[in-house]
Design a protein around this ligand. Structure first.
Ligand code: NAD
Ligand code: UDP
Ligand code: UDP
Length: 354
C-alpha cells in the first residue's frame, strides 16, 4: 500500500504519481476511485484480467485492503491511500469514479462528507460527492481522460413513477437524512454534465440500483448483507417497517459488466444499471431462508426516515444502446454471496456458529 502523504495533506496543490509501466503503451491506464470497496474491487479484477494497468485511489473509509490483496504484487496494479476530496495528479486514459460511502448507515453517520463541506476535519459524504467528483473531473479535463460516474437509483428519491426510467427527474426530499447521498449524487451528475458540455470531457453516467455479492461489508447495514449475516449467525432477520417496501437486487458481476460496456461505449447516459426482478423485503427474507436456513426468524423494527417505498429499474435504454442486461437472478446470486460470508464469518465454506 502506498500510504502516501496525499491522504493527510489539506493542500490545493496536487502531487504527481508515476504510473507503473510507463505513460505510453498498448494497455489502458485506468484509475478506479473507491477500488478497495465492494463494487470497485470486482471491477478492478475484471480490468486487470483484461490486461489493463489499474490504479486504485481509496481512503479506506469503507474499503478493505483484503479486497485487492491478491493484486498487490502485480506490477500493473497500484493502491494509493488518498481522499478524493484532495486534488491529485495522475496520467491515465480512463477514470471510474466510485469513491463514496454507499450504505445508508455510513453516509448518515457522516453526512457532510457525503455531499460537501469545507470543514476539513470532518470526513463527509457531501465533500466526497462534490469536491471528490470535481477533482476527478478536473483530472479528466487536464489529461483528456474518459470519466465514468457511479450515480445511483437514489436520484429518483421515493419515486412516483414505477418502474423508473432515466427521463424521470425523481422525488427527492432535499432536507432529509438521506439527502446528503441523494442530493450529493445529483450534484455529481450535474457536475459531470457541466464538464461534458463546458469542457468537452467524455463522461459516462451509471445509475446503479441495489447491488449485492461477495465482499460486501458484513456489517454495513444494507439489507442483503444484514439478512445474510443474521441468518448465518442464527440471529433474527431485521425487517424494517411492514416489509412491503420493494427493491430490485442486482448481482455484482452483472453491474461490473454494465459499467465496462458503458465506459467503452459511445453513450453518455445516464443509464439505469440494475436487475428488474423486484422483491418486497419480506420476499427477500424468504429467499434468504430458502438459501441459508428455513427456520431463520424474522423480527420487525421501525423503518428509517424517508425510506423509498418501491424501486425497480426500467433498463430498456441499457439493453438497446449497451446491449446489456443482467444474467444472474437473486436465487442464483445469493448462494455465491453466502459462501463468501460463511468464509469470512466462520473461516470455512459451510460453517455455522453451533
Ligand atoms: P463501498 O463503500 O464498498 O465502496 C466505496 C469505496 O469508496 C470504499 O472503498 C471507500 O473506502 C471509498 N471512499 C469513500 N469515500 C472516499 C473518499 N473521499 N476518497 C477516497 N475513497 C473513498 O460501496 P460500493 O457498494 O462498492 O459502492 C461503490 C459506488 O457505487 C459508490 O459510488 C456508490 O454510491 C455506488 N452505488 C452502489 C450501490 C450498491 O448497491 N452497492 C447502489 C448505487 C450506487
Ligand atoms: N484537479 C486535480 N487533478 C488534476 C487537475 C485538477 O485534482 O490533474 C482538481 C483541481 O485541484 C481542482 C478541480 O480538480 O480543484 C477542478 O479542476 P479545474 O481545472 O476544472 O478547475 P480549476 O482548477 O480551474 O478551479
Ligand atoms: N432494510 C430492512 N432491514 C435491514 C436493513 C434494511 O428491512 O436490516 C430495508 C430498508 O428499510 C429499505 C430496504 O431494506 O427499505 C433497502 O435498504 P438498504 O439500506 O439495503 O438500501 P437502500 O435503502 O439504499 O435501497
Amino acid at each position: 500500500l502506498e500510504d502516501s502523504s496525499y491522504a493527510t495533506k489539506a493542500t490545493s496543490k496536487p502531487d504527481v504519481v508515476r504510473v507503473p509501466g510507463g505513460v505510453k503503451g498498448r494497455r489502458k491506464r485506468i484509475v478506479v476511485t473507491g477500488g478497495a470497496g465492494f463494487v470497485g474491487s470486482h471491477l478492478v479484477d475484471r480490468l486487470i484480467e483484461r490486461g489493463d494497468s489499474v490504479i486504485v485511489i481509496d481512503n479506506m473509509f469503507t474499503g478493505r485492503k483484503e479486497n485487492v490483496l491478491h493484486h498487490l504484487r502485480n506490477p500493473n496494479f497500484e493502491l494509493i491511500r488518498h481522499d478524493v476530496v484532495e486534488p491529485i495528479l495522475l496520467e491515465v486514459d480512463q477514470i471510474y469514479h466510485l469513491a463514496c460511502p454507499a450504505s445508508p448507515v455510513h453516509y448518515k453517520y457522516n453526512p457532510v462528507k457525503t455531499i460537501i463541506s469545507f470543514l476539513k476535519s470532518l470526513p463527509s459524504v457531501h465533500k466526497t460527492n462534490v469536491m471528490g467528483t470535481l477533482n476527478m473531473l478536473g483530472l479528466a479535463k487536464r489529461i483528456n481522460a474518459r470519466f465514468l460516474l457511479t450515480s445511483t437509483s437514489e436520484v429518483y428519491g421515493d419515486p412516483l413513477q414505477h418502474p423508473q426510467v432515466e427521463t424521470y427527474w425523481g422525488n427527492v426530499n432535499p432536507i432529509g437524512v438521506r439527502s446528503c447521498y441523494d442530493e450529493g449524487k445529483r450534484v455529481a451528475e450535474t457536475l459531470s454534465m457541466d464538464y461534458h458540455r463546458g469542457a468537452g470531457i467524455e463522461v459516462r453516467i451509471a445509475r446503479i440500483f441495489n447491488t449485492y455479492g461477495p465482499r460486501m461489508s458484513i456489517d454495513d447495514g444494507r439489507v442483503v448483507s444484514n439478512f445474510v449475516a443474521q441468518a448465518l449467525r442464527k440471529e433474527p432477520m431485521t425487517v424494517y417497517g411492514d416489509g412491503k417496501q420493494t427493491r430490485s437486487f442486482q448481482f455484482v458481476s452483472d453491474l461490473v459488466e454494465g459499467l465496462m460496456r458503458l465506459m467503452e461505449g459511445d453513450h453518455v447516459g445516464p443509464f439505469n444499471l440494475g436487475n428488474p426482478g423486484e422483491f418486497t423485503m419480506l420476499e427477500l427474507a424468504q429467499v434468504v431462508q430458502e438459501t441459508i436456513d428455513k427456520n431463520a426468524k424474522i423480527e420487525f423494527r421501525p423503518n428509517t426516515e424517508d425510506d423509498p417505498h418501491k424501486r425497480k429499474p426500467d433498463i430498456s435504454k441499457a439493453k438497446e444502446l449497451l446491449g446489456w442486461q443482467p444474467t444472474v437472478s437473486l436465487r442464483e446470486g445469493l448462494p455465491r454471496m453466502v459462501s463468501d460470508f460463511r468464509q469470512r464469518l466462520f473461516g470455512d465454506s459451510k460453517g455455522s456458529l453451533d
